[in-house]
Design a protein. Structure first.
Length: 137
């Protein structure tokens, strides 16, 4: 009998797994905090620029603000939506990743996601993003 040694999964691979199997599904498909996976930490927040034409200053949204924003602007993922992960950088217990979101050939969002490894589990803690289809000031 030949025993095969299991290869250790790198932190970069573990982070990509969380991005593919948790972040994409939960951030873009689920509608409430109660439905989100445990990999979304309770402290998770987004910095969202105000697009009201006055300040364009970033506003920090915690889960209560995100639930309201999502109720008013649902992000439906269509079959032609695809996600790419061009950057995953891990140092110790901290990681940052870029998630590019495309609908067909249109580049819709670039999300920068921060993660911490807590008790051996990668947790999503924050996000900033750029909406490619919205003109920048």
């Amino acid at each position: 009998m030949v025993l095969r040694q299991r290869q250790a999964v790198s932190d970069e691979e573990r982070v990509q797994h969380v991005l593919e199997d948790v972040y994409v599904r939960d951030m873009y498909m689920k509608e409430s905090r109660a439905a989100l996976s445990r990999e979304f930490d309770d402290v998770f927040h987004m910095l969202v620029p105000e697009f009201d034409g006055r300040t364009n200053e970033p506003v920090s949204l915690r889960w209560d603000g995100l639930d309201e924003m999502r109720a008013n602007h649902p992000k439906a993922v269509f079959p032609e939506t695809r996600f790419e992960f061009p950057l995953i950088d891990v140092i110790g217990h901290a990681a940052i990743a870029r998630v590019d979101v495309y609908r067909g050939d249109s580049h819709v969002y670039s999300d920068y996601v921060s993660l911490y490894c807590v008790q051996g589990e990668w947790r999503l803690v924050s996000k900033v993003y750029h909406a490619h289809l919205i003109p920048t000031p």
